[in-house]
Design a protein around this ligand. Structure first.
Ligand SMILES: [Zn+2]
Length: 114
């Protein structure tokens, strides 16, 4: 079980709410989200301060509306866009993600204003 993150947090979307899209994950997606939440927990512990999830799971319809650079991963619940409260912390977070051997990615991107 993730300590700092919830499935609710990983699936919430303002766009889905506004557009009345049901972004409820399937069981398979929930299992994937748990893996992502485990990684987010490690990052949270390392940083010692809150990490804010902008976007986790997106159902196909929601993802179509939002778009993005790694579409399929969000649809499968295997992606999270997240940020720190302070811009100064980004380098430290990025280095941790790159260097920690038990954290593996197919994509790790640093974006501004996301
Ligand atoms: Zn993304």
């Amino acid at each position: 079980m993730a300590i700092y993150f919830t499935i609710k947090e990983m699936t919430k979307s303002q766009t889905a709410k506004v557009q009345n899209i049901d972004n409820t994950p399937t069981e398979e997606v929930v299992e994937n989200l748990k893996k992502v939440m485990y990684i987010l927990d490690m990052v949270r512990v390392h940083m010692g301060k809150p990490i804010l999830v902008n976007s986790g799971y997106r159902c196909r319809k929601l993802n179509e509306i939002i778009g993005g650079v790694h579409k399929s991963m969000h649809i499968r619940g295997l992606a999270a866009d997240f940020r720190t409260g302070k811009i100064e912390d980004i380098d430290r977070m990025f280095e941790f993600l790159k260097k920690t051997p038990c954290i593996t990615f197919t994509t790790l991107s640093l974006m501004s204003n996301q």
